[in-house]
Each structure stands twice: as C-alpha cells, then as structure tokens.
Write a protein that binds this ligand. Sequence first.
Ligand SMILES: Nc1nc2c(ncn2[C@@H]2O[C@H](COP(=O)(O)OP(=O)(O)OP(=O)(O)O)[C@@H](O)[C@H]2O)c(=O)[nH]1
Ligand SMILES: [Mg+2]
Ligand SMILES: [Zn+2]
Length: 393
Amino acid sequence: MAKDRSKGPKKQGRKVRVDFRKNREKTARDKAQWTRHYREDSIQHEDTAKEQSVRAKGELSRKRTVIIHDESTGEKTWQNGLVVRMRGLIAEVDDGHEIWACTVRRLLRTRLIKERHPITVGDRVRFVSIDVAGEQSQQVSDDRELPEGVIQDVEERTTTLVRHYDRRLQVVAANVDLALIVAAADQPTLRPHLIDRYLVAVHCGDMRPVVCINKTDLDCDGFAEDVAERYRSIGYSALLASVVDHRGIDELRETLRDQTSVLVGPSGVGKSSLLNTLDPNLSLRVGSLTDLQRGRHTTTTANLLKWAFGGYVVDTPGMRQFDIADVEATELEAYFLEFVDLISKCRFPDCSHTHEEDCAVKAALEEGAVFQERYDSYCKMYEECRAKEKDKH
Ligand SMILES: Nc1nc2c(ncn2[C@@H]2O[C@H](COP(=O)(O)OP(=O)(O)OP(=O)(O)O)[C@@H](O)[C@H]2O)c(=O)[nH]1
Ligand SMILES: [Mg+2]
Ligand SMILES: [Zn+2]
C-alpha cells in the first residue's frame, strides 16, 4: 500500500498502477545531488503535493502506485504522455498515438515565470484534454492544429542534463539514460576541454556518458584517434565515427539501441547528420559549412525522436558554450573518473588537488598516470566553480 505522505488531512484517492522505470542504484551522495537539482528545476513540489503521493516500490518492482486526487477535474482521467518538444511555453506531448499541444495549468505556470523551462523534453507528464480542463484551460494557438491539452502534473525525473545559461539553470533534457557527447575531428576544431565539461555535466545529471568523435574523414594527423584513446584509457567508452564513410555507424547504433539517449555537443559537429545516418527515417535538417562559419545553429530546439530500431533519442541544438551548472567545487573531483581512486590517498582530506602538498592526484600527474589536459580541465573548472560560489555569497 502506498502511504499518503502529503501534508494536511488525508484525502481519498484513486489508485492507479503506472509504468515505472527500473530503480537505479544510487549512492546517498547521488541522491542528494539529484534532489538538489530537482528542487531547482522541477515544478512538482508544493504545487502538486496535495494531489498525489508517490512511493517507489523497491528494486524489483517496475510499477509504482500513484494516488491521484481528482480535485480539479473530478473523475476525469489524466492521460500519460512524454514531452517531445518545447515551443516557448507550449509542450508537445506524445501520448503514444498522437502529439498534443499542451499548456500548463495555472499553478504550475507561476513557476514558469520564475524559471526558464521547468518542463523539458523527456519529462513524463499527466495531462487532460482542454475540453475537460475547466477554468484553467486557455486556447493554445497552434498552426498545426494538434489536439490541445493542459498539463496537470510532472513526474519526478530520474536524470537531468543541466547547463548554466544566461545566469539561469536550463534543463536541456530529462529522463535520458545515456548522453552521447559528440565532437568533430575538425570543422569545428576538436577541443577536448569541451568534452571534459560535458562529462562533468553528464556525471552530475546521473547519465551514462559515451564520447563520440565524428568527421574522422577529416582527421589528417590522427589527433581524433589519440583523443579517443585517451578517454578509453581513463575508462570511458569512446567511439570514432564518420557520416561520410560510415565509420563507426553500426557500433554507434548498437550503443544507442533500446536506450533513451541525448546527443550533445557544439554546433556543426554533425549530431543531426549522425541521427539521419543511423536512422534515415528521421530526415532531420542538417547545416551547411556556411552556417558553421557564420555560427548559425541548424537545430534550434531539442527534439525527442523515436528510433526505428528501438529506443528514443533527443537531438539538441549545438551549444557553443557549456557552463556546468550547480556543481560545487568540492564535488568536482568525483566527476573525474581517474581521480576517484586517488583522492583518499591525498594527505589532506579536503585536498582540492590544486596547490596542496602530498596530493595523490598531482603525484599521478607527475608519473603520467593522469593526463595533463584532464588535470588542466579540472583546475579550470575548479576555479570557475569557486568563482561562482563566491559570487553567490
Ligand atoms: N566531412 C564530414 N562532414 C560531416 C560529417 N557529419 C556531418 N558533416 C557536415 O557537418 C555539417 C553540420 O552537420 P549537422 O548535422 O547539421 O550538425 P549539428 O551538430 O546537428 O549542428 P547544430 O544542429 O547546429 O547543433 C553539415 O554540413 C554536415 O554535412 C562527417 O562525418 N564528415
Ligand atoms: Mg543539428
Ligand atoms: Zn589531492
């Protein structure tokens, strides 16, 4: 039996069984992490606490019980859906059969004013058709004439990809398992430091990272190969690909099959081109070299797409900058895989690995067991996190 944990008097509710993703094993630290993001970003809290309570039912269970108190909509059924695209404040929601253009009910909307995109691509929502939404409904102006609905509730997120953008947090995508960090061997120039930034964000958001260096047909000096090898030796999966000669495409398809993944990386690295090559049914728009030179983005909104070969993928617009969000300087070390086994060996328990004596990370750097570029990336991000923390206080 699910307990009603909501505050205030207990209310009668209708119990429904809904699909629940396999519980992920998380450390206490991971959970704290996630909760913090969630607090910043999600719209569920005070607004919906009075209407539902949720309890994950243990590791083996793939269902969970949700008690829905149909206060505002009577006994009307809330439909489950998946947000596939955001158009301003309108969420396009897939109910498994068709796409709905949904607004968000008034109480949730209040949060929209404060935060940029509290609902994001990948969110699992419950919504009602506009006909049954009552007073809160508002006509959605929609040139594509989609059926219209009103989002009532958003499910807790299992993962989030968050970046710091324009002094706010932006949740790029939610509930994805795997993040494919795409770079190009050339055009644009391969910058491993940017890969390191994405890696931190991906670890922090609880996703599994895979590095993919595309455009290897342009790799004339073997640099892309070296970079991929560097990440492999640290323990990451790193693939080399080319849309031009189809290198690595089959391997990539196997990596993404039956997963929900997100492709991230700078504009012009070939994210949409890779998706089209992996699944020609997608026919996404790809950019030209002039677009790249002019700094124009071809993909402008994140889109959740369904693979013909199983699973989902989110194509995102290229992000020229990727400022990691909401990472404390002291937790950064946990997101550098090769540091993790070293940190307990530093002389000072609060070693920042930047200036301290007897630092195991610096010793490993001297011995060549930690790459200089990775260490430099860490120091740069450490300073940035420190600066942000000082800014806040
Ligand atoms: N030489 C070469 N060019 C490629 C490859 N993959 C993509 N391109 C070209 O790179 C350009 C940009 O590709 P897109 O797929 O639009 O890049 P994107 O990462 O989706 O860019 P945004 O949507 O702006 O983020 C296009 O002109 C593609 O034809 C490749 O493997 N080799
Ligand atoms: Mg694109
Ligand atoms: Zn240290």
